[in-house]
Design a protein around this ligand. Structure first.
Ligand code: ATP
Ligand code: MG
Length: 903
């Protein structure tokens, strides 16, 4: 059953059971604690937490997920992808365990004809939380699973919560027994590869009051309204229903794998067993390629671009691992242009926006591959120097420092360093490298934990917030400096009493003018000057939990401790520049709505110094002329010098005033409304310019699609806009000088030039062909008699491509006539690849000389193969320096045939 069909069946099954079908959310949801959506329930979190009212009591979805923590498993297990899709059914205080188990059993085991998955109930196992007797009774009563195939497991495996106080409860997982070829008997506890988990039913039964770790939490009470959250891995069920060994061999993934195998000349699967444990390293690499290419496609499709941190880094890592794996498999050319379109072609049925946005997506991916290729090239030079140094000092081992520097500075992967050092007869101090890496990873982990972890361990922040006893007061709407007290301090995510010079810290003040990243506005930067003389540079500000603002940065001087007085100074230039961008975003939003209508609502934005991007809903591309109007309108309003005002009011008043927002979604009762004169009014917690004239100038850089029905404009503001236009003008200036025309004539002139160029190329090609033909006339004179056959051998040189060689061979044969046996052999090596064409006339064929046989002999000399018919045949090879030898081989073979027949 095709993956697309499984997905259809899933949705229609649950739709028929009264579930609202909800489309997949983007992989990047606006959740500061989450790098990517990693489960089907993520978009429904506000309903489970009781923060918002669900649109109905039941819902179902097929959600795009990325789990970066599974990256090392890819290809080595049969069931972990970095990208995968999770089928989910959800109940918000509606049906509970009984409903969830009964639906699961029905869908799994009902026949294919009746719309089910047709799984053999005998092969299904269930795990339950050790104390959940209720679930055991339901499995026994509602399904055909006997007690021997129901396994009790502890909290580590079968208890779910969000890592924070809130709903939690036992879960129950469904496993499929794939049979003895995949591993030993004994059920899920013995072998998770043979017994493969494909569906997890989470029973949100309790309210947890404190969560200290995965297995350490307090249950406060039964929830009055119990919820269901389930997740079935679409790729896993597909691998079961398609009868393949692993998720990389299902219909949506395998074509990329197959193409990668072709490109690298590997024979996938022949050296591996069925179980993932018996995989040949090359097969693992091919699976990694297929998985990562798809994940990269999906990530870029949802608007991620390669970068050095956060989401961008995950994408970069996947693309690089894919390219690297291809290299390790022996393929050194750009590979994404071959592989990415295949993946898109397989995924577009479910995600049509991948096809319409493929221009943008592929451009980003291919550019990243090119950049990585350059990195590799640069790193290679550095490596060569390091190797040289080590050797000339008489050493045999490249130091861990050098390997680490290559990795850290040039992004040069260690396995490549190892391999290339080995080629030069050197070893690498791997232990030294590993130590440096793990130190770095420790730092990164602490950072990631503090910043954007899975469900986020927010315990440390909570205790700081508790100790403070009130929300941190944000004073930054009015002030950019201010006195405050250090209320808490964290190092590597752990509370500390003090931090000294050189340490990375997170500092909480009781009040602060620093704006924390949020609402699409980037964080402020700046300084904290402590009363004791210490100095902290702030480079990031976040709100890890509601009410808490955390300054992240480095102590550059002295020592900082809790309870001390601090003077906070926001970097004013940065703040102003971001604020201008934010105001400009509101104005562009308004102008776009004027132009496209009210359906063009905001879907996201990012305001950074001097530039912003604004995402909005629109079903098709926005024509360039409309964008020009929007830009003109915004710049017109700038000149009106409207005042930008902030007012706090009730939601009702805000609605009354015509403010743009998705009401009832996520704002409390009192809201802040930003008005640009009377023109644009919108709910917003960000900072803004005071008057529109402060923006100076706004330029739109263009518009693109970032997902189904969502468009993105990017723009520059103020001096950044000016610099951009100034540079464009300089370019036009250079061009007009080159083309000796006025700027407005440029397009026509360039067009004309391109036409001329094409004509010239055509002419050149014609001349080349003519000169080859003309040469033919003189060549017949050099024909020789070889054992009664007229033989004409000629090397047409490195200009002649296969086509030319063929034309010439036919031409020469024609010139030699048919009076006596004649054989013509012509070689050429256009583009560095040698070809040979042999042609025989009728008389020669009558005498037993066959072009196909002659060409095979010659192609062998060139290091390749070939063949064809008796009258004309073609071959090729690797070594262009041996074309003369190839001709000689044809001649020799004619000679020996003559000797043979003479005997
Ligand atoms: P495993 O232990 O096999 O890694 P899990 O316990 O992490 O699975 P859940 O978090 O319960 O999985 O996710 C629900 C379902 O999503 C799983 O039953 C599985 O079918 C699927 N799933 C989870 N992780 C992946 C992945 N990396 N690739 C493909 N499918 C996955
Ligand atoms: Mg897992």
């Amino acid at each position: 059953m095709e993956t697309a069909e499984i997905r259809r069946r899933w949705l229609s099954f649950f739709e028929s059971k009264g579930h609202l079908v909800v489309p997949s959310a983007s992989l990047i949801l606006n959740d500061p604690n989450l790098l990517f959506v990693n489960a089907g329930m993520v978009p429904f979190k506000p309903y489970f937490l009781g923060q918002e009212t669900p649109p109905g009591p039941r819902a179902t979805s097929v959600q795009k997920c990325v789990r970066t923590q599974d990256i090392e498993e890819v290809g080595k297990t049969s069931r972990h992808g970095t990208f995968f899709q999770m089928n989910g059914n959800f109940s918000f205080g509606d049906y509970f365990k009984e409903g969830a188990i009964a639906y699961a059993w029905e869908l799994c085991t009902s026949s294919v004809e009746s719309g089910g998955f047709g799984l053999d109930g005998e092969k299904l196992w269930a795990t339950v939380y050790q104390d959940d007797d209720e679930a055991i009774d339901l499995w026994l009563g509602l399904t055909g699973i006997p007690a021997e195939r129901i396994v009790r497991r502890g909290k580590a495996d079968n208890y779910w919560h969000m890592g924070v106080p809130g709903p939690g409860g036992p879960c129950s997982e469904i496993y499929y027994d794939r049979g003895p070829a995949y591993g030993p008997e004994g059920g899920p506890a013995v072998d998770e590869d043979r017994f493969m988990e494909f569906w997890n039913l989470v029973f949100m039964q309790y309210e947890l009051s404190a969560v200290r770790s995965k297995e350490d939490f307090d249950v406060a009470a039964e929830l009055p309204n119990k919820n269901i959250d389930t997740g079935m891995g679409l790729e896993r069920i597909a691998s079961i229903l398609q009868g393949v060994d692993n998720m990389y061999e299902i219909d949506e993934v395998k074509p990329v794998l197959v193409r990668a195998a072709e490109m690298t000349g590997k024979r996938y699967g022949v050296h591996s067993g069925h179980s993932a444990g018996e995989s040949h390293p090359d097969d693992v690499r091919l699976r990694v390629v297929a998985d990562h290419v798809r994940s990269a496609l999906m990530l870029i499709g949802d608007g991620v671009t390669p970068g050095n941190e956060g989401r961008g880094y995950v994408l970069r890592r996947m693309l690089r691992r894919a390219v690297r794996s291809m290299r390790l498999l022996g393929y050194n050319e750009p590979c994404l242009p071959e592989l990415l379109p295949i993946s898109m072609d397989k995924m577009k049925a479910s995600y049509p926006e991948l096809e319409s946005g493929f221009g943008r997506i592929s451009q980003i991916a291919y550019a990243e591959e090119e950049a990585f290729r350059r990195t590799l090239a640069a790193g290679t030079t550095i490596l060569d120097v390091a190797v040289e140094k080590t050797k000339s000092a008489g050493g045999e081992v490249l130091s861990g420092d050098q390997a680490f520097a290559l990795h850290d500075t040039y992004g040069f992967p260690i396995d490549l360093t190892l391999e290339m050092a080995a080629e030069q007869g050197l070893q690498v101090d791997r232990d030294g490298f590993t130590r440096l890496m793990s130190e770095q990873r420790q730092r990164a982990k602490a950072d990631a934990k503090a910043k954007k972890s899975g469900h986020g361990d927010t315990t440390a922040y909570r205790s700081v917030a508790d100790a403070l006893g009130h929300e941190v007061e944000f004073t930054g709407y009015q002030d950019v400096t201010g006195e405050a007290t250090v209320a808490g301090l964290l190092i590597d995510g752990v509370s500390a009493a003090s931090a000294t010079s050189g340490q990375e810290v997170e500092i909480v003040l009781d009040r602060t003018p620093f704006y924390a990243e949020g609402g699409g506005q980037l964080a402020d930067g700046g300084l904290l000057r402590l009363a004791n003389g210490a100095l902290v540079e702030v480079d990031d500000v976040q709100k890890p939990i509601t009410g808490l603002i955390v300054h992240r940065g480095r102590v550059v001087d002295g020592e900082v401790g809790t309870g001390e007085q601090a003077f906070a100074e926001v970097d004013i230039a940065r703040r102003r520049s971001i604020s201008r961008a934010h105001t400009a975003t509101h104005m562009v939003h308004k102008a776009i709505r004027e132009a496209l209508g009210d359906t063009a609502t905001q879907a996201g934005s990012e305001n950074s110094p001097g530039r912003f991007r604004f995402d909005f809903n629109a079903s098709s591309a926005v024509p360039a002329s409309v964008l020009r109007d929007v830009e003109a309108r915004v710049n017109q309003v700038l000149l009106d010098d409207l005042a930008v005002r902030a007012d706090v009011m009730t939601q009702a008043q805000a609605r009354e005033s015509g403010a743009m927002a998705l009401f009832g979604e996520k704002y409390g009762d009192a809201v802040r409304v930003i008005s640009v004169g009377d023109w644009a009014r919108e709910l917003c917690g960000g900072t803004h310019a005071e008057r529109t004239s402060q923006l100076g100038l706004v330029t739109l850089l263009g518009e693109s699609s970032i997902g189904s029905g969502v468009r993105r404009v990017e723009a520059l503001v103020g001096t950044d806009a000016y610099s951009f236009l100034a540079r464009e003008r300089a370019i036009v200036g250079q061009l007009t000088e080159l083309m000796k025309g006025r700027p407005e004539e440029l397009p026509e002139r360039v067009h004309g030039l391109m036409g001329k160029l094409k004509d010239a190329e055509r002419e050149l090609d014609k001349l080349r062909k003519e000169s080859l033909a003309a040469a033919g006339a003189g060549l017949t004179a050099s024909a020789r008699d070889v054992g009664g056959v007229t033989f004409l051998g000629h090397d047409a040189g490195s200009d002649a491509a296969a086509d030319d060689v063929r034309t010439m061979a036919l031409d020469l044969r024609g010139r030699l006539g048919n009076d006596r046996p004649a054989v013509v052999a012509v070689t050429g090596s256009g583009g560095g690849r040698p070809v040979i064409v042999v042609a025989t006339n009728e008389a020669a064929r009558g005498a037993g000389h066959k072009a196909g046989a002659l060409v095979r002999v010659a192609a062998g000399v060139l290091g390749g193969g070939g063949g064809g018919k008796d009258d004309i045949a073609q071959g090729g090879g690797q070594d262009p320096s041996r074309t003369g030898d190839a001709l000689a081989a044809v001649e020799a073979s004619l000679g020996s045939a003559a000797t043979r027949s003479a005997r």
